[in-house]
Design a protein around this ligand. Structure first.
Ligand code: ZN
Length: 170
């Protein structure tokens, strides 16, 4: 029953992509009339009373208010914001550290506008100094990233057949 591990794209009543759920959850939503089938997946699913096609895309019957997703201030989020680039030397790297522009021991806050991605050599060079003291310059002013309503989809596997429903996939 590998099909039960398949994923289903859930779109809002207005066809905006909302989230990804499992087949079981999707079938329950369909069964309860909370969603309608937009696109079939592969195969069929036997329920106690009937056999239903496995969905690939379902659409909610009622509009759901999208939760506002704020970016967590986590290492990976900082690296993503900075495009995996050291904000001091501009080198792209998977081997980055988090640098506090105004160092922590100088009461630099742990906030979006005081953290940047830094490569290891730059981080060592800057040590516990401010950029000015270390003779370094930021290539870009760090800021909080804009809340991305689709961040939910960022690390998920997206099926090719969902493409027409994903505005950013073109
Ligand atoms: Zn660097």
């Amino acid at each position: 029953m590998g099909m039960l591990n398949a994923t289903v794209l859930v779109v809002n009543q207005n066809y905006e992509p909302l989230n990804i759920c499992g087949v079981r959850r999707a079938v329950v939503l369909l069964d309860r009339g909370k969603a309608e089938l937009i696109l079939n997946g592969r195969g069929e699913l036997r329920t106690p009373s009937t056999t239903v096609p496995i969905p690939s895309v379902i659409r909610l019957v009622h509009m759901v208010k999208r939760p506002f997703m704020k970016h967590r201030l986590a290492r990976r989020e900082v690296f993503m914001r900075d495009n995996y680039t050291c904000l001091y030397c501009g080198k792209q790297s998977r081997d980055l550290t988090i640098d506090h522009v105004v160092p922590r021991h100088r009461n630099g806050p742990h906030t979006w506008d005081n953290v940047v991605s830094a490569c290891i050599p730059c981080n060592h060079h800057k040590a516990g100094l401010t950029p000015a003291e270390a003779g370094m310059r930021l290539l870009k002013e760090p800021r909080a990233p804009r809340a991305n309503p689709y961040s939910l989809f960022q690390h998920r596997t997206l099926l090719e057949e969902w493409r027409p429903f994903l505005p950013w996939a073109g």
